[in-house]
Design a protein around this ligand. Structure first.
Ligand code: FAD
Ligand code: DHB
Length: 394
């Protein structure tokens, strides 16, 4: 089989990239290790920046998102018994974020991709192996239904997440990896209960961080900072709700509506960047190239700028015969990656409990107090939260 762009991974990055390319007549094959049902069921991100929402529209899959997504103008910071609202829209000239779950976004993308004549999806593709990308003759080999198959392509897009095959295929002396693991994780709970508040609440508490988020007016998503040795089985719904109440200001603790969980899981927190993001004819996109801790909801939104830069560069290659944008992909994408790595690290640092040394908490409270009393401090948070712009003239 032959195609123009061979894509490893059918998560949001691979699917959206394929659609952006298809809009300009560029063909692709997506190799996904799992089934469609498995990929769609993964509960992950919930907040889209305007840049990601615009890419969904550009990919022709924004209709349901625009109907059902909830636009948010602000967030609430809770600390030291205080609740302080950051009016992001007022601080950024009207920018908003949208609440729309990654599960829904992935469903919309698969609905479009599976009907797209320019895109072929192979589910349950095993042992995917990229080759020839450094020599200019890229190919992907994989197992399907007991046979070993090969796809020849012009370029490979590694959209296969942190544990994927693309980054692993790069010779070690060509790649530098920067990594920080945090000494805690997030325990998430999804429930069909109305959100405790109409906006998200990020809570710094002596017992640890808590986040109140949502997926719809009737579905809530809550997170608690937990130790890395914690097990989901040890967290009954009742224990989760009790702990959440303790970490929230009284008015929210009292208003919290609890119910049975639909899903509960623990995710570790990590900052990770691979440099560069290009290896000959192979490009890393999204989580395959970088991971941020979830505080501030940047993971999926960072994949968006990679998709924007790579699709623009590949379209310039195929329609204008220009390769200068492909040559600049890694450098341009990494600039926004590092900005988000910094912001996510900072937001994590100021909101989570790192040790039991009381001076740490007092310094965090002083920083948050400064932040909410300073227009400059609030503006910096707001600009990063709604998303730094893509460099359209890269
Ligand atoms: P992924 O979504 O990881 O998709 C990669 C795809 O590649 C998957 O479908 C996988 O099955 C497939 N794949 C992997 N290896 C192979 C292989 N060898 N061959 C073929 N296919 C392969 N972000 C937020 O903003 N907010 C959150 O609350 C949040 N929570 C998260 C919780 C968890 C547990 C994780 C892991 C991430 C979370 N993120 C969150 C980050 C966000 O979900 C990711 O940034 C986003 O999914 C990146 O999309 P992606 O397509 O690049 O990678
Ligand atoms: C969600 C996750 C985040 O990391 C965040 O900062 C905000 C919301 C969520 O899953 O809803």
């Amino acid at each position: 089989m032959k195609t123009q762009v061979g894509i490893i991974g059918g998560g949001p990055s691979g699917l959206c990239l394929a659609r952006l390319l298809s809009q300009r007549g560029i063909t692709s094959v997506i190799l996904e290790r799992q089934t469609r049902e498995y990929v769609e069921a993964r509960i992950r991100a919930g907040i889209l920046e305007q840049g990601m929402a615009d890419l969904m529209r550009q990919a022709g899959v924004g209709q349901r998102m625009d109907r059902e997504g909830l636009l948010h103008d602000g967030i609430v910071l809770a600390f030291d018994g205080r609740t302080e609202r950051i009016d992001m829209a007022a601080l950024t000239g009207g920018k908003q974020v949208m609440v729309y779950g990654q599960t829904e976004l992935t469903k919309d993308l698969y609905d479009a991709v599976l009907q797209d004549a320019n895109i072929t999806v192979v589910f349950e593709a095993g042992q995917v192996q990229p080759a020839g990308f450094l020599e200019g003759s890229p190919s992907l080999t994989f197992d399907k239904d007991g046979r070993r198959e090969t796809i020849e392509c012009d370029f490979i897009a590694g959209c296969d997440g942190y544990h994927g095959a693309s980054r692993a295929a790069v010779p070690r002396d060509m790649i530098t990896e920067y990594e920080r693991a945090y000494p805690f994780g997030w325990l998430g709970l999804l429930s069909d209960t109305p959100p405790v508040h109409e906006e998200l609440i990020y809570a710094n508490h002596e017992r640890g961080f808590a986040l109140c988020s949502m997926r719809s007016p009737t579905r809530s998503r809550y997170y608690l900072q937990v130790g890395l040795d914690e097990k989901v089985e040890d967290w009954s719904d009742a224990r989760f709700w009790d702990e959440l109440r303790r970490r929230l200001p009284d008015r929210f603790a009292q208003a919290l509506e609890t119910g049975a969980s639909i899903e509960k899981s623990i995710a570790p927190l990590r900052s990770f960047v691979a440099e560069p993001l290009r290896f000959g004819h192979m490009f890393l996109v999204g989580d395959a190239g970088h991971i941020v801790p979830p505080t501030g909801a940047k993971g999926l939104n960072l994949a968006a700028s990679d998709m924007f830069y790579l699709s623009t560069a590949l379209i310039a290659h195929y329609t204008e015969g220009r390769d200068d944008l492909l040559d600049r992909y890694s450098e341009t994408a990494l600039r926004r990656v590092w900005a988000a790595v910094r912001f996510s690290w900072w937001f994590t640092s100021v909101s989570h409990k790192f040790s039991s040394d009381p001076i740490e908490h007092r310094i965090q409270l002083a920083e948050l107090d400064y932040l909410v009393s300073s227009v400059a401090g609030q503006t910096s948070l707001a600009e990063n939260y709604v998303g730094l712009p893509f460099d359209a003239d890269f």
